[in-house]
Design a protein around this ligand. Structure first.
Ligand SMILES: Cc1cc2nc3c(=O)[nH]c(=O)nc-3n(C[C@H](O)[C@H](O)[C@H](O)COP(=O)(O)OP(=O)(O)OC[C@H]3O[C@@H](n4cnc5c(N)ncnc54)[C@H](O)[C@@H]3O)c2cc1C
Length: 400
């Protein structure tokens, strides 16, 4: 039997791949089993010093994701002998990654795409795992999809359970049980009762923060560095654009040090208080960059993030470019403003080459990590596809 801790981007696919091959699997998930439409109730809380978005529930943060699916860190992973070409092909087919059909590209997104091209920027439709036939274009991707139109890790968990996997929810793994540097199982708490479950193979997919805490309980140094792919949303007034009800982040501009994607933020309204602005009158763009792994997870699972000069420089370059794009789209330049600095892709807390080897195994035999923790540096772009590909590769390694 294989124990998988966490049911998000890393955990779901491993559970499915193993269960399909009749390998007994037990998934232990801290959060509850919910419908995706209720996901917005399950965002985590961190200290006021950091604006970090993650969720604790079935599917982890994939359930509130925009289902943006891009390849990342090819060169960096290759340095560790990892070539994900075949795994990417497999996963992209499995979840049907494709640019959205024009029927699902809204007016605001089209303005973004046209402006990017006119400005000579590297502009494309965002590859996504969304089923257009089910998507009602409500703009609520980050709340959890009311129609189950976008892929999430929950889909894989449901399929794994159909294939015979056991799922234990509302159960927090607190400790690794190990002997002679070999893993024996895990301790978890459910309904305030401590339980133990045994296996010589344990895969931690509890996300960058959860995995760090569990590894530390086994005496492994983790969570002492961390990136989170910082972002801001920059936008302004464009009367009746109705961008708030479009599929979010359906376009992409790739810069050297940043990516831009059309993304609605109602926080911007507060910065345009000298005129009547409704959600329907805002066109905004997410500016996302790769940050240095300067930050850490504290003993309570809270996060401290330190910004370097380069982090700020890259963000400033992206924000300036977003301003040009917005102006080209017809946004009133005098209204352009930004949200605060936030992060939604915590990772790099147990990086390959430092905490795990290139088979994602820790120094404790049989104890593996497969989630955003293992990414060696910040991708500065959506990491789910890379986590899925790495996890598919680990599932194959465990099978053999
Ligand atoms: C609003 C939002 C939008 C996003 N959009 C995109 C996007 O479009 N594309 C993209 O690539 N990325 C996106 N991301 C980022 C992406 O969701 C994460 O990078 C990814 O889910 C991380 O995968 P993971 O396996 O590391 O963690 P998660 O997917 O978060 O999974 C970790 C799981 O472990 C569970 N867990 C934690 N601790 C324990 C414990 N002690 N015991 C048991 N279980 C535990 C958690 O409840 C969770 O289910 C988005 C994130 C947010 C917040």
């Amino acid at each position: 039997m294989v124990i998988i801790v966490g049911s998000g981007a890393g955990g779901g696919i491993i559970a499915l791949e193993l269960a399909k091959d009749n390998i007994p699997v037990t998934i232990i998930e801290k959060g509850s089993y919910i419908h995706s439409k209720d996901a917005f109730n399950h965002y985590d809380k961190y200290s006021e010093d950091v604006d970090l978005l993650t969720t604790t529930c079935i599917g982890g943060s994939t359930i509130v994701s925009m289902s943006n699916m891009v390849k990342a860190l090819d060169g960096e992973l290759y340095e560790y002998g990892i070539n994900l070409k075949e795994e990417y092909e497999y996963v992209e087919k499995l979840i049907n990654v494709h640019p959205l059909d024009d029927s699902h590209i809204g007016k605001g997104t089209q303005l973004f795409l046209d402006a990017g091209r006119e400005l000579g920027l590297n502009t494309l439709k965002m590859p996504k795992a969304i089923t257009e036939e089910k998507c009602i274009q409500c703009g609520k991707c980050a709340f959890g999809c009311p129609m189950d139109a976008k892929w999430s890790g929950k889909d894989f968990v449901d399929e794994a359970v159909k294939e015979g996997a056991t799922l234990i929810t509302e159960a927090e793994v607190t400790e690794i049980i190990a002997d002679d540097d070999k893993v024996k199982g895990v301790k978890y708490r459910k309904n305030n009762v401590e339980e133990e479950i045994y296996s010589d193979k344990v895969i931690l997919s509890a996300g960058a923060i959860g995995t760090s805490l569990i590894l530390r309980s086994a005496g492994i140094e983790a969570g002492n560095e961390m990136f989170f792919d910082p972002f801001v949303s920059v936008g302004g007034y464009l009367k009746d654009i109705n961008f708030n009800s479009e599929v979010q982040m359906a376009g992409l501009i790739v810069g050297r040090n940043f990516v831009l994607s059309p993304h609605f933020s109602s926080f911007l309204k507060g910065n345009m208080d000298d005129r009547e602005v409704g959600d329907k009158d805002i066109l905004s763009i997410m500016v996302k960059t790769a940050d240095e792994s300067k930050g850490f997870v504290d003993g309570e699972g809270d996060v401290v993030k330190i910004n370097s000069i380069n982090d700020i420089r890259y963000l400033a370059e992206g924000v300036a470019t977003a301003g040009f794009v917005l102006e080209k789209c017809g946004v009133d330049p005098s209204t352009i403003c930004s949200t605060v600095y936030r992060g939604a892709h915590p990772g790099g807390t147990a990086p390959i080459g430092k905490v795990v080897d290139s088979n994602q195994e820790t120094k404790i035999k049989g104890l593996f990590v497969s989630d955003a923790s293992v990414l060696p540096i910040s991708p500065g772009k959506p990491p789910i596809l890379t986590i899925l590909a790495l996890s598919k590769r680990l599932a194959d390694y465990i099978k053999n």
